[in-house]
Design a protein around this ligand. Sequence first.
Ligand SMILES: [Fe+2]
Length: 265
Amino acid sequence: MQITLYLKNSKIAMNIIHHYTREELIGPSFWKFSDLGMVQFQNNYDQALLDTIRRKAIALKNSLSSPSCLSSSYIREPHKHIIEINELLEDKERIARLESFVGNSLEVYPLSIARCFIHFMNPNDGSLFWHSDAVPSLEIINLELSDVVGGEMQIYKGSEDEGRMELVKNGKIPEEKLLTVKPRLEYSVFGQFTRTLHRTRPIESGSRIALLIAYRSKEKPYIDDNTVWFLAADNPRMEWLDDFTQDIKSTKIPAYLRDKQLGVI
Ligand SMILES: [Fe+2]
């Protein structure tokens, strides 16, 4: 059922298709920066801008896309090759809207190699395997949905460990334990998908292209599951390690020690 949400300080009404707290999705969860689980909302983004990004992504696919740990075809750091993506990344109004969902301040993920991605999903390129996210929160913006059969986001309703054990034992997860979210043009899916088992259902026919943008909490930057080994799996030259370490020193550790002292964590 669609509902309309009127945001604080905004006259824009939005259609919301799905809205779940983190507890509703995976049960009790301590390691989080917000109570939001996920939301699917009408984004009202500039469709001409998204179409330009889509066309450039398709043109660059053969030269730039590569397999990752989680899928078979994606462009990493697309903001370095498609300058229009930076218009989205720098749009303060857009981030303010996402902040209203999580109830605290966000920033685009600082580490460039994990800031955004473009995924190509179709019967040849595959889709995203079962995983939980390493980045604290993620927005998924569809650039293309062309006669897609399959390609839905599926989230395991329970703890990641339970879900993974179910996959090990049975090789699949029963439908009743899944939240299935149909991808839509002009709508974003946004949420905290760390320690939340999910995948993109394999695509039987058609094509889906999605732009993924990562964010983190300004107040709790240490709520972040990215690790050196996970980042290195897709980025083995490790030229990003100095930026990663510097961020830990300058931002994560001071915030963590402050909150530890305050008894917040
Ligand atoms: Fe994910």
